[in-house]
Write a protein that binds this ligand. Structure first.
Ligand code: AMP
Length: 274
C-alpha cells in the first residue's frame, strides 16, 4: 500500500487508478484522461503480469516502451506511475483459483485457460496497493471488464469500476500494444476483424438470423489467407452467454479474436437491439 494513498484519503482526495501493461497508446491515454477528469489524484500502473499469459512466447515478446510511456504520462499530468517488480508481486507462484462462471468458459475464457485467474490476482494485488476510489478499464477487453466487475462485487473491494469506450485508428483498427508487433501489411490484414464485427452488427440490426450471420462472417474471415479466426461470437452483456433470440432494448456484444503474423488480436462491438 502506498503511504501516499493513505495520506490522500486522510485529505479526502479521490484516487483514480488505471492499470496497464505498458506500451501505451491512445486507448490507454483516454483512460488516464477520464481518470484525471473524475479524480483528485491519478495513479497509472505499468506491469506486464506474467501469470495472466497462457502463451510464454506472448509474454517474452510483449512490447516494452517504458521510457516513452513515462514521458507520455508525465506530459499528460498523471500524478503517480506505479511499476511493481515481478519479485515484489510474486515471491512465490500464487495458488488461489478464482471462478467466474460462464465468463471462464466462452471466448477469452475458453481460449486462454488461466488468463482471467491471473488477471483477477494481479488486479486484487494492485487494488490493495493503490486503494483506488475508481478504476478505469477499456471495453476493448469487454470480458476482462465483466470479470473485474464480478471480482469487485464478490470480494467487496468497493471500487467504482468505470468502463471506457474502445479507441480506434481512423481505419477502424482498435489500438492495442500488440499492434506494435505487426508489419504494415499485418496492420492492414488485421482490419478484417473490426470490419467483420461492423458487418455482423449491421446484419443483426437489419433483422437477419444470428446463426446465419455468424456462419457467413466466419466463412468470410476464413477466406482470407493472411489471418486465422479463433472465434467470432455474440453474447449478452451479463456474462457473454450465447444469444439465440434478442430482447428489444437489451445490449449485446459481438466479439472476435484473430491471429495475424503470429500476433493475437481481439475486438468487440457493443450494440443495443432496438
Ligand atoms: P493493457 O495494457 O493491454 O492491459 O490495457 C490496459 C487497459 O487499457 C485495459 O483496461 C484495456 O482494456 C485498455 N485498453 C487497451 N486498448 C484499448 C483501446 N484501444 N481503447 C480503450 N481502452 C483500451
Amino acid at each position: 500500500m502506498f503511504q501516499s494513498s493513505l495520506n490522500y484519503k486522510a485529505d479526502k482526495k479521490s484516487i483514480g487508478f488505471v492499470p496497464t501493461m505498458g506500451a501505451l497508446h491512445k486507448g490507454h491515454l483516454s483512460l488516464v484522461r477520464k481518470a484525471m477528469d473524475q479524480n483528485d489524484i491519478v495513479v497509472t500502473s505499468i506491469f506486464v503480469n506474467p501469470i495472466q499469459f497462457n502463451d510464454p512466447g506472448d509474454y517474452e515478446n510483449y512490447p516494452n516502451t517504458m521510457e516513452k510511456d513515462l514521458a507520455l504520462l508525465e506530459e499528460l499530468g498523471c500524478d503517480i506511475v506505479f511499476c511493481p517488480s515481478r519479485e515484489s508481486f510474486y515471491q512465490e507462484q500464487p495458488k488461489s483459483g478464482f471462478g467466474f462462471g460462464n465468463l471462464d468458459h466462452v471466448m477469452e475464457g475458453a481460449n486462454r485457460p488461466g488468463h482471467f485467474n491471473g488477471v483477477a490476482i494481479v488486479v486484487s494485488k494492485l487494488f490493495h496497493s493503490v486503494l483506488p476510489d475508481r478504476a478505469y478499464f477499456g471495453l476493448k477487453d469487454l470480458q476482462q471488464f465483466l470479470v473485474i466487475e464480478r471480482l469487485n462485487k464478490d470480494l467487496g473491494f468497493g471500487v467504482e469500476i468505470v468502463g471506457c469506450p474502445t479507441v480506434r485508428e481512423e481505419s477502424g483498427l482498435a489500438f492495442s500494444s500488440r499492434n506494435l508487433r505487426l508489419s504494415k501489411e499485418g496492420l492492414e490484414n488485421g482490419l478484417i476483424l473490426s470490419s467483420t464485427l461492423s458487418l455482423v452488427v449491421q446484419k443483426i440490426l437489419a433483422g437477419k438470423r444470428v446463426k446465419e450471420v455468424l456462419t457467413d462472417a466466419r466463412v468470410m474471415v476464413a477466406q482470407n489467407n493472411n489471418v486465422s479466426l479463433e472465434y467470432l461470437e455474440i453474447g449478452d452483456m451479463v456474462d457473454l452467454s450465447p444469444v439465440s433470440k434478442f430482447k428489444n432494448g437489451s445490449r449485446y456484444a459481438v466479439c472476435g479474436a484473430i491471429w495475424v503474423e503470429d500476433v493475437r488480436l481481439i475486438d468487440n462491438l457493443i450494440f443495443e437491439f432496438p
